[in-house]
Design a protein around this ligand. Structure first.
Ligand code: GLN
Length: 308
């Protein structure tokens, strides 16, 4: 069935009912206790229209650990500041590898494949920190402004836990520093990166915060963050790289630019029409929310909204 909804409420209710009946939710990320403790049966989904109208179902107002979903926002903030110069430091090709893989970095001379794998996100955060003096603070101010939620903040327990279990990210950062691709001292960069990952936000917050991508680069207050071309570029990188080594399958099933995080959140964009955020903590083996991908798959099928 394909509908052209004037309101997204009924379609969200239907998806939530279907998800409720679906067994098998995957497993929460277990590399830090704060994520491992989440119940995989939690589910929330929100849709934001470009004018700020939000529809939601389930746990759509519950804050969760945004993790790698934040990589979209730091990328946009850096692109806005330095434009194409960024691409001398990070590529924009799908990696075909896991999000925290080390292997490609050596034979590609310390230039990560794309801004959404951990290595690429470390480069982006490093550049934002050099340019702003406070990468995590800049991200938080942006998310608060776009979501209209001044309560949105870092989860200090998650940030500390990330740091305590951060050997792999530290290895990535040190390795890239050895190629001269990191400006800041690695400990400074890692602190910024772990704070960025620890953002706690709800589906409503993140759907609203991503709306500049549905508005072709324009922020909630009407000012422009990205040019129309840059907004298209970020959407393209989300489509090709936003779900790691599952990006092909995600494009096949969901047909939208999307970005996942190991907290179980996924944001997706229908340019010109709406943004979505779905959350359910159970992950598949590639680090993407099982119920989240299923819900976006159903949204695309039920509404016909797709970039294809
Ligand atoms: N904090 C996680 C990490 O850096 C984020 C990864 C993710 O969400 N995919 O390992």
């Amino acid at each position: 069935m394909t509908t052209s909804p004037t309101s997204f409420g009924p379609v969200l209710e239907r998806i939530a009912e279907e998800i409720e009946r679906t067994p098998g939710r995957g497993r929460p990320a277990d590399y830090i206790p704060a994520l491992a403790a989440r119940d995989p049966r939690r589910f929330g989904m929100a849709v934001a229209e470009p004018d700020g109208t939000v529809y939601g179902v389930g746990d759509w107002r519950e804050p969760f650990s945004a993790q790698s979903v934040t990589k979209v926002f730091t990328l946009a903030l850096v692109l806005a500041r330095e434009g194409d110069a960024l691409w001398e430091h990070v590529g924009r090709e799908p990696s075909g590898n896991r999000f925290n893989s080390l292997v490609q970095l050596e034979y590609e001379d310390g230039i990560p494949r794309n801004p959404f794998i951990n290595a690429g996100a470390l480069v982006v955060t490093d550049r934002l920190h050099t340019r702003s003096g406070d990468a995590a603070g800049e991200l938080l101010a942006f998310l608060r402004a776009e979501s209209g939620n001044p309560q949105l903040g870092f989860d200090e327990e998650v940030a500390a836990s990330e740091s305590a279990h951060g050997d792999r990210n530290a290895a990535l950062a040190h390795f890239m520093a050895s190629y001269g691709n990191i400006d800041n001292p690695v400990p400074v960069l890692l602190e910024q990166y772990f704070r960025q990952c620890s953002v706690a936000a709800s589906c409503a917050d993140l759907a609203l915060a991503a709306s500049f991508l549905a508005r072709h680069g324009v922020r909630a207050d009407g000012t422009r963050l990205l040019t129309r071309s840059q907004a298209k570029q970020v959407n393209a990188i989300m489509l090709t790289c936003g779900t790691y080594d599952a990006a092909g399958d995600f494009a096949y099933r969901v047909g939208l630019p999307g970005k996942s995080g190991v907290g179980g959140g996924i944001i997706a964009v229908v340019p010109g029409r709406c943004t979505l955020c779905v959350w359910s903590p159970g992950l598949d083996e590639r680090g993407n929310s099982v119920a989240g991908v299923a819900a976006l798959d159903r949204f695309n099928t039920l509404t016909g909204l797709s970039v294809f």
